[in-house]
Unconditional design. Structure first.
Length: 638
C-alpha cells in the first residue's frame, strides 16, 4: 500500500542538514565571472548571504519517507552539493583571510625584531680568548704589544687595538713592507686573534680600487695602492654626470672608506710621500685616520744577514767576515741607487749572486763625479754654472745646520729655466738632479721629461688623471716640463687644469718632488701670468743665453771628437763660417744646429772618394755650404 507523503511546497528552500549521506565527488566547479574577495571585515556578511533565509521544518520526514519519494534522491543530492560548495567557498575565504592576517602579523613582528647590520659578522674567538677573562686578555695584550713594538710611541698609538673595552681602529702604517713593517703586521694580527678581536690570524690587503661597500668587524683591513686614488681624484672637483665613470667610482670608494663603521679595523698601508697626497683628497681623512706609525727601514747589517739567509748552501760557504764587511761598504755606496729596498734588495742581491760560481755583486752604481767635473764638458753658460755652484753650497750648509738641530724655515727647490731651444737646459737639469740626489734632497736620481702633450688629454675630463699619473711617476725625483708655456697659450681649459694640478703637487709634495719649467723667455712670462700660484712656488730662475760663434765651434769640436773623427785643419774655417752665420740668426737652434751640422758633414764625407788613410779625417770638402744647410734646416727664424 502506497503511503501518503506530506507535500513539500518549496524544494529550493529545503535544508538537508538532518540528512546523513556520503558526499558525491565533484568533477568540475564552474568559476564565477565576478567574485567579491572576502575580507576580515565582510566575512560575516558573506556568510549570511550564503545561508538560506527560510528553512522549512523537515524533522517530521523520516528517512524511509524520503527514500520512497520518487526523484527526491537525485534532487536532494544536487541541492546538498550546491549548499556544500557555497559553504566550502566561505570556509576558503575565511582560511585566506586568516592566512593573510598571519602573514601581516609575522611581518609586523619581524619589523619589531632588531635587524642585523650588513657589516656585522660573528667574531669566532680563539681558544685562548675563550678560556681567559677580559682582564687577563687585556693584560696579555699589553705585554705582547710591548714585545713587538720597538718604540714607546707605537704602544701609545696602538693601545686601542688591544683594549678589551674598545672595538674598531682607524690608522696609518707608514713604511716599506720589506722592512720592519711587514714583520710587525704579521705579529700584530697574531696578537689580535689571540685576544679575540678578529676571527683569523691574518689580514686582508685591499687595493684602494677594490674597497668594499661594507667592512666586516671580525677582520683587519690594510688598504694599499693609495697612489691609485691620488691619480684619479687629486685636485679633481668635477664629479658631475659628465665626469668619467672611473672618477665617480673612486669617489664612491673614498666615501666607503671615510664612512666605514666605527667598529671596524682599517689601516692605510702606505709610504710617507704617498700619504701626503692622499690626505689632501678629503678634509675628513686626517681626522679619521689620524693615528700613525712610521716604520724604519732595515739597517745595512740587517740586509747583509737577510742576503746571507737568502743564498743557497753553495754560495753561503763563500761568505765570511771580510765578505760581509765588503757588502756593508757596497750598500753604503750603492743602496740609494736601487729601485727597491729592505727585503727586496736583499733578495735581489742574493739572486744576482746565485747566477755566478763565486760571490759577485752588481756593478757599482755610485758615481763620485763632482760638480766641477760635470761642468768640464759643458761649453759656455758661465752665469748658470755660477748659480748652480751657489745653490749647491747653500744646500750643503743647510744640511749641516739641520743636522746640528737648527730649525730653518721651510723652502722648496722648484725652478724655471728660460732660454731658446738647444742652449743646454735639459743638460743642466740633469746635473742639478744629480746634485740634489747626492745631497739627499731627492730619493732617486731621475729626471722625468714631459711636454704639454704628456699632460693634456683630448678627451673630456681626463687631463687631471693624465697629469696626476705624470706627477706620481716623477715622485722622488725631478719633473722637467719643457715648453711649459704651451699649457697656457695653446691648450685652453685643459692646459689650465694641468697647471692647477702641477701647482698643487708642487706644494703638497715639495719635500719629495722638484718641478722645473722650461721655455722661451717671452712666452714663459705669459705662462707665469696664467696662474698666480706659479711665481710664489718658483725659488730659482736660470736664464740661458744663446751660444756665441766661438761656443758653437767648440761644441762642434767636442762632438766630432766623440765620434772618433779627426778635425782637418782645412775644415775648420768653413765650420767657423757656418757657426758665425747661424749665431747671427733668430731661433737658429744653438746646440741643435751643431747636431744637424755634424750629421750633414758626416753624410757628405761618406760620399767622398777618399783613400783609406783619409777616411777618418774631416776635410773642407766634407763641410756643407750655407745653401745646403738652409735647405736642410728650412728657413731660419721661422
Amino acid at each position: 500500500m502506497m503511503k501518503k507523503f506530506k507535500k513539500v511546497e518549496d524544494l529550493d528552500n529545503l535544508s538537508f542538514s538532518s540528512v546523513k549521506k556520503e558526499p558525491t565527488q565533484k568533477t568540475h566547479i564552474k568559476k564565477e565571472t565576478k567574485q567579491e574577495i572576502p575580507t576580515e571585515e565582510n566575512a560575516q556578511e558573506v556568510t549570511q548571504k550564503v545561508k538560506p533565509e527560510h528553512q522549512p521544518e523537515v524533522s517530521s520526514l523520516t528517512t524511509d519517507d524520503l527514500m520512497d519519494f520518487s526523484g527526491i534522491d537525485n534532487l536532494a543530492e544536487a541541492k546538498h552539493e550546491e549548499v556544500k560548495m557555497e559553504s566550502a567557498s566561505v570556509e576558503s575565504a575565511k582560511e585566506e583571510i586568516s592566512k593573510e592576517g598571519i602573514e601581516k602579523l609575522a611581518k609586523i613582528n619581524d619589523n619589531k625584531k632588531p635587524k642585523k647590520k650588513k657589516n656585522e659578522s660573528v667574531i669566532k674567538k680563539s681558544e685562548f680568548a675563550e678560556s681567559h677573562s677580559k682582564e687577563e686578555l687585556e693584560e696579555y695584550g699589553r705585554t705582547k704589544l710591548k714585545e713587538i713594538c720597538y718604540e714607546e710611541s707605537m704602544i701609545e698609538t696602538l693601545f686601542p687595538l688591544i683594549c678589551q673595552d674598545l672595538i674598531g681602529f682607524k690608522g696609518v702604517f707608514i713604511g716599506d713592507k720589506g722592512g720592519l713593517k711587514g714583520e710587525f703586521m704579521d705579529n700584530l694580527v697574531d696578537l689580535l686573534y689571540d685576544i679575540g678581536k678578529i676571527s683569523e690570524p691574518s689580514y686582508e690587503a685591499v687595493p684602494f680600487a677594490h674597497i668594499p661597500e661594507k667592512f666586516d668587524i671580525d677582520k683587519i683591513y690594510f688598504i694599499e695602492d693609495l697612489n691609485d686614488a691620488v691619480i684619479n681624484l687629486f685636485n679633481l672637483d668635477d664629479l658631475s654626470q659628465t665626469s668619467s665613470v672611473t672618477q665617480q667610482e673612486y669617489r664612491t670608494k673614498m666615501e666607503n672608506l671615510i664612512k666605514a663603521a666605527g667598529n671596524t679595523y682599517i689601516i692605510l698601508d702606505t709610504m710617507d710621500t704617498e700619504l701626503k697626497g692622499f690626505l689632501t683628497l678629503d678634509a675628513r681623512l686626517p681626522f679619521i685616520y689620524g693615528r700613525k706609525v712610521a716604520f724604519k727601514n732595515l739597517s745595512n747589517e740587517a740586509i747583509v744577514e737577510r742576503f746571507y739567509n737568502a743564498l743557497d748552501e753553495y754560495h753561503q760557504k763563500f761568505v765570511g767576515k771580510d765578505e760581509k764587511d765588503y757588502l756593508l761598504g757596497y750598500l753604503e755606496r750603492n743602496r740609494r741607487y736601487f729601485p727597491f729596498d729592505n727585503q727586496e734588495l736583499a733578495t735581489y742581491l742574493a739572486n744576482y749572486t746565485s747566477q755566478y760560481q763565486e760571490l759577485k755583486l752588481p756593478k757599482e752604481k755610485y758615481n763620485a763625479k763632482t760638480l766641477e767635473e760635470s761642468f768640464k764638458s759643458i761649453v759656455g753658460m758661465e752665469v748658470v754654472k755660477k748659480q748652480i755652484k751657489e745653490l749647491s753650497e747653500y744646500l750643503v750648509i743647510r744640511q749641516k745646520l739641520e743636522k746640528a738641530g737648527i730649525k730653518l724655515p721651510p723652502f722648496n727647490l722648484h725652478m724655471m729655466f728660460l732660454g731658446n731651444p738647444g742652449v743646454g737646459k735639459t743638460t743642466i737639469a740633469r746635473i742639478i738632479a744629480k746634485v740634489l740626489f747626492d745631497l739627499g734632497y731627492i730619493r732617486e736620481e731621475k729626471l722625468v721629461e714631459v711636454t704639454s702633450k704628456d699632460l693634456v688629454s683630448a678627451y673630456g675630463n681626463q687631463t687631471g688623471i693624465k697629469t696626476n699619473k705624470v706627477i706620481m711617476n716623477a715622485m722622488g725625483g725631478v719633473l722637467f716640463v719643457d715648453e711649459a708655456y704651451s699649457l697656457a697659450i695653446s691648450c685652453g681649459a685643459s692646459g689650465a687644469e694641468a697647471i692647477a694640478n702641477l701647482i698643487k703637487a708642487m706644494e703638497d709634495y715639495k719635500g719629495d718632488l722638484v718641478v722645473m719649467f722650461a721655455g722661451y723667455s717671452l712666452e714663459m712670462q705669459e705662462f707665469v701670468r696664467s696662474n698666480s700660484g706659479i711665481a710664489s712656488r718658483i725659488s730659482y730662475v736660470f736664464e740661458f743665453s744663446d751660444y756665441t760663434t766661438e761656443e758653437l765651434f767648440k761644441i762642434f769640436e767636442i762632438k766630432l771628437a766623440n765620434t772618433g773623427m779627426i778635425f782637418g785643419e782645412d775644415a775648420k774655417e768653413p765650420v767657423m763660417k757656418l757657426c758665425k752665420f747661424a749665431a747671427g740668426r733668430r731661433n737658429f737652434g744653438n746646440g741643435r744646429f751643431v747636431d744637424k751640422l755634424l750629421q750633414r758633414a758626416l753624410t757628405k764625407h761618406a760620399t767622398l772618394d777618399l783613400p783609406a788613410d783619409k777616411m777618418l779625417v774631416l776635410t773642407k770638402d766634407s763641410i756643407p755650404e750655407v745653401e745646403e744647410i738652409m735647405a736642410s734646416f728650412g728657413r731660419f727664424g721661422a
